[in-house]
Design a binder for this molecule. Structure first.
Ligand SMILES: C[S@@+](CC[C@H](N)C(=O)[O-])C[C@H]1O[C@@H](n2cnc3c(N)ncnc32)[C@H](O)[C@@H]1O
Length: 362
């Protein structure tokens, strides 16, 4: 017997409208990503009312593709169209969130994740059926997008992030030893090395591609107080060596996050500090209902963070492991004092400041 209860027509209409909005937003996300990667937004921001031919010529792109892209941009109300002379213009208020000069407010950077994830959809569907995960090697330009994202989020906010740890900028100026685990392309640690020449910095990452980029950038900027190693951080192996260990968005996608946290605790000096940036949110899905980008986080997690961990036979914590579980795991790894802080206006990240010495022992 089917459900004979009558359906609520207004609820159905509202949901259908929501679905249509999802089609359009999903499509526009892809087109915004293309606009960023092709430099079309940057080009248009420097042009007055222009035809598709003029825009394509200036951007050095194929006019037919540019015109179709403009169709999506105009109907998506991102670009203005002027039918009297068939010209297009990018409002300055929109350029303020879509161009490279607008960084760290270039929101187009983040749209690239959806196309990056679309690339592995077939493999993810197979994982839904058979379990397992998608390895890092399947992603097309993960480290490239991550570096762009990191430049806008972590690097641009370092002046606010570092003071979250009491007296840290002062200690960095005096000279301390710092390790960044899962450093990726080294955006954050290279910037810290440049700002604090008296401190020594080391970056570990499992990706050869990312470490190569980190080393090249350090060389390009003439940095002599930073080095990088391709290393699996579930075996750091150092004991009481570092004053500060940073982990920027690099714990939840580990194969063995528990082991990594324990290794970090061993590698820190007794009075050392772990500064861990990770996704803000709760470990409980119902507490994330009001989170402004919760569906985005669960999606990235399902199609990347959780999956790369499962691909290594790992824990598959996922990006939404949440503040409650993260705090518990840090305590379990040997951190007696764990504080969780946030930056004003940043709803994406939590900052965990963890010490092996409890407040009483300070
Ligand atoms: C989300 S990315 C963050 C990268 C960087 N911290 C940033 O903010 O741009 C996570 C990084 O952890 C690295 N990673 C994952 N598992 C690792 C492991 N077992 N050992 C070392 N690095 C690892 C990945 O290669 C990747 O660069």
């Amino acid at each position: 017997m089917g459900n004979t209860k009558e359906l609520d027509q207004s609820k159905m209409d509202a949901f259908m409208e929501k679905m249509i909005g999802i089609y359009n937003s999903g499509a526009l996300n892809l087109m915004i990503s293309i606009g960023h990667r092709t430099g079309l937004f940057d080009t248009m921001a420097n042009m007055e009312h222009s035809t598709s031919k003029e825009i394509a010529a200036k951007a050095d792109l194929n006019e037919r593709y540019v015109r179709e892209w403009l169709g999506a941009m105009v109907t998506g109300q991102i670009v203005d169209y002027h039918p009297e002379d068939k010209t297009y213009s990018l409002p300055r208020e929109h350029a303020a969130f879509l161009t490279r000069v607008a960084s760290p407010n270039n929101l187009a950077v983040t749209t690239q994740w959806i196309s990056e994830l679309g690339h592995v959809e077939h493999e993810i569907v197979e994982c839904f059926k058979k379990g397992g995960g998608v390895p890092y090697s399947s992603y097309r330009h993960f480290h490239e997008v991550m570096a762009e994202e990191s430049a806008q989020t972590t690097v641009a906010a370092l002046d606010e992030i570092l003071p979250l740890v009491p007296n840290l900028p002062e200690s960095l100026n005096k000279g301390i030893e710092v390790l960044d685990i899962g450093c990726g392309s080294g955006m954050a640690i290279n910037r810290m090395a440049s700002e604090f020449p008296t401190s020594k910095f080391l970056g570990y990452d499992i990706s050869e591609e990312a470490i190569y980029k980190a080393q090249s950038d350090a060389k390009k900027h003439g940095l002599t107080n930073v080095s990088f190693e391709v290393k699996d951080v579930s075996n750091i192996g150092d004991s009481k060596r570092f004053d500060l260990i940073t982990a920027f968005d690099a714990i939840h996608d580990q194969a063995d996050p528990e082991k990594v946290l324990t290794e970090i605790a061993h590698a820190l000096r007794s009075d050392g500090t772990l500064l861990m940036q990770d996704i803000a949110g709760s470990s409980f899905v119902h507490k994330n209902l009001d989170h402004p980008i919760a569906p985005f986080i669960y999606t990235i997690s399902c199609m990347h963070c959780m999956s790369v961990s499962l691909a290594q036979g790992g824990a598959g914590l996922g990006a939404a492991w949440g503040k409650e579980l993260a705090t518990k795991m840090l305590e379990h790894a040997g951190f007696k004092r764990v504080e969780v802080k946030q930056l004003q206006h940043d709803f994406i990240n939590n900052y965990f400041i963890a010490n092996k010495i409890s407040s009483k022992e300070y």
